[in-house]
Design a protein around this ligand. Structure first.
Ligand code: GCU
Length: 628
């Protein structure tokens, strides 16, 4: 059956063509995301949580979709049918998985599983007049297809950004059921692609809920502080827009900050967008030292159809000037660390308040004012907590390593993830940097692709800085290695990120002392990765030279890296790799790695390694880095 017929058949049955793709070694790829939207600030809306136990069917053969001749079934698992010959499955008696949660750490036989798993959940609903109903997914890795009451409602590709599906037309009063098949198969035209140095945790790994909103509702807004010449002034202006989905032109919108007695009225234009200009007096600027958040109230429409939203927002400005990063007009040095969304202690994909408080609590303990959330958008709880705790954030989409940079469809996937990341977190004061990529090959196609991504990020959000983590090249010199930062992608960035592992992958520890840097950009530079591995508790023998994987060796790398980093005039931040050990299928060294990347300053069981204290001291004494 050729591709065209297969797609036609899939379309006629509203079934996911891409699940078909698995049989034919990747026919021309396509963006899978359809019929989704993204409701900003949804965590402040009343909702019916669908978190908890979901019945599941593990379906490596796609039996939920295909018959024995690999034709698409009309009665797939989305029917949630009662068992009978031909419908040989039964969600109601099938084992469950917790949502939110990855499946790999919930069942030993799913630890390495990559493929489709079907989830089913019953829920009750009572429709209210003049409302629309959405089902919200905080994120699901990697491709998801959603049915409500046997009706296909949407599909989404991308494992780390939220999506919302309109179920108004299919939800009914009383009993309802939702069936979601999530497929975490890695695909070459995916974002990320086939190889990642992190575990491919699959499933509904973030919150799921049902949300009712008025027919006209606020689905997106941008409220940011306008930069001024006198950044110290507390009499300022907040500007932006409020988008009211479904609203006619002329619909009334208000934005208020009661604590500051500030309020403004506006009306929507033909695109359902209301432009906002809100003068403010005696504003306390948000900063790591004073992470002041204000209750912001937004309304749209009036009477029975009025939509009301609240948000907790801080107001600050960020910009680059020459080689400096200015926060509220003042030069700042970003004392940071890189973090994977790996859950401390229990391991698996992090999502909970407890996970977030532990990870960011360790950041604070380390003396950080900054964190790089690698290599994908983390749970919204992370950026909310960073807003509260005063931790500046680098947020990134997984344009990681060797994507298909010459494939226009893949570019659409990256753009979709960038759009979703920015839309979810554009009103978070803590987020100052959008990263378009990590360690990508220096090819023309790559540079063209990521330059387009950098410009797209700026188009979506001109108030923040755009960066990427670049590879550096080495040239030999009589005095020692010279690290050259001249990746052409740097030209498209506001802030240069560079990764280096001198003393680990790249030469002995003492080569760090002889290393100099040749940086071809007069822009702020963040050393976005550096460090080395150590198994907690693995120590050098007394009197013996520390060897790799011992805590002493890792600590030694930090001791030598700090003075080297301080020699880089453009250095405006560091995020060593990495806060906590995290799982990776690339790390198989028995007794040392055991499927964990061990470059953490802290083990996955919360044990601090010697290097933790080296960095903590440098951050607390402010002996690493200069703001100007
Ligand atoms: C790379 C990469 C990380 C990886 C790290 C490592 O730089 O960006 O994702 O985990 O190196 O090798 O430990």
């Amino acid at each position: 059956m050729n591709q065209a017929v297969r797609l036609l058949l899939a379309a006629s049955l509203a079934l996911p063509a891409t699940l078909l793709a698995q049989t034919n070694a990747y026919p021309p790829s396509e963006v899978t995301t359809q019929n989704t939207t993204l409701l900003v600030d949804i965590d402040h809306r009343p909702a019916t949580s669908l978190d908890g136990e979901w019945h599941t069917l593990v379906d490596p053969y796609g039996n939920g979709i295909y018959d024995f001749h690999h034709h698409v079934k009309a009665r797939g698992y989305f029917m949630d049918a009662k068992p009978q010959p031909g419908d040989e499955y039964d969600f109601s008696t099938s084992p469950t998985l917790k949502v939110p949660g990855d499946w790999n750490t919930q069942r030993p036989n799913l630890f390495y599983y990559e493929g489709p798993i079907w989830y089913e959940k019953d829920f009750e609903h009572t429709s209210k007049p003049n409302t629309r109903t959405f089902i919200h997914f905080g994120a699901a890795n990697y491709r998801s297809y959603v049915w409500v009451n046997t009706n296909k409602v949407c599909e989404h590709e991308g494992g780390f950004t939220p999506f919302d599906c309109d179920i108004t037309g299919v939800v009914r009063d009383g009993h309802n059921f939702v069936v979601v098949v999530v497929d975490n198969s890695r695909i070459p035209d995916g974002v990320p692609t086939l190889q990642t140095d992190w575990w491919n945790y699959g499933g509904l790994h973030r919150d799921v809920s049902v949300v009712d909103v008025p027919e006209q509702f606020i689905d997106d807004y941008d409220l940011h502080l306008v930069r001024t010449a006198d950044e110290a002034s507390t009499n300022r202006t907040v500007e932006g827009y409020v988008h009211v989905e479904g609203a006619a032109a002329g619909t009334a919108v208000t934005v208020s900050i009661p604590e500051l007695h500030a309020s403004v009225q506006a009306t929507t234009d033909a695109n359902a967008r209301a432009a906002i200009t809100l003068p403010i007096k005696s504003l306390t600027l948000w900063s790591p030292d004073a992470p002041k958040l204000y209750k912001v109230e937004l309304t749209a429409g009036s009477g029975a159809t009025e939509d009301k939203l609240e948000d907790d927002m801080g107001f600050r400005t960020v910009e680059a000037r020459g080689t400096e990063i200015l926060l509220n007009g003042k030069p700042i040095f970003l004392r940071g660390v890189s973090i994977h969304a790996e859950a401390p202690y229990r391991t698996g994909r992090a999502y909970s308040e407890k996970d977030v408080d532990t990870l960011l609590g360790w950041c604070k303990e380390l003396g950080c004012n900054f964190a790089r959330l690698a290599h994908y958008p983390h749970d919204q709880r992370m950026t909310r907590a960073a807003d509260r705790l005063g931790i500046l954030i680098w947020s990134e989409i997984p344009d990681y390593w060797a994507l298909q940079f010459d494939n226009p469809v893949v570019l659409q996937k990256s753009k979709q993830q960038m759009r979703e990341m920015i839309r979810r977190d554009r009103d978070k004061a803590s987020v100052i940097l959008w990263s378009v990529a990590n360690e990508t090959p220096n090819t023309e196609a790559r540079t063209k692709y990521l330059t387009a991504m950098a410009n797209y990020a700026r188009e979506l959000d001109p108030t923040r800085l755009v960066t990427a983590a670049l590879l550096v090249r080495t040239v030999k010199s009589p005095s020692g290695p010279v690290k050259v930062v001249d990746d052409p992608l740097g030209a498209a960035l506001d802030v240069i990120g560079t990764n280096e592992y001198i003393g680990w992958y790249d030469g002995p520890i003492d080569s760090i002392d002889k290393t100099t840097w040749d940086i071809h950009y007069q822009k702020p530079l963040i050393m976005s990765e550096w460090g080395g591995g150590a198994r907690f508790g693995n120590h050098a023998k007394p009197g013996e030279k520390p060897t790799p994987w011992t805590e002493e060796y890792q600590a030694e790398i930090y001791r030598h890296q700090i003075p080297m980093l301080n020699k880089i005039p453009q250095l405006r931040g560091t995020t060593p790799w990495v806060l906590m050990d995290f799982r990776s299928p690339m790390r198989t060294l028995p007794g040392k790695e055991d499927n964990f990347n061990r470059k953490g300053l802290i083990s996955d069981q919360g044990q601090k390694k010697e290097a933790f204290y080296i960095l903590q001291k440098a951050y607390k004494d402010k002996t690493l880095g200069k703001a100007e």
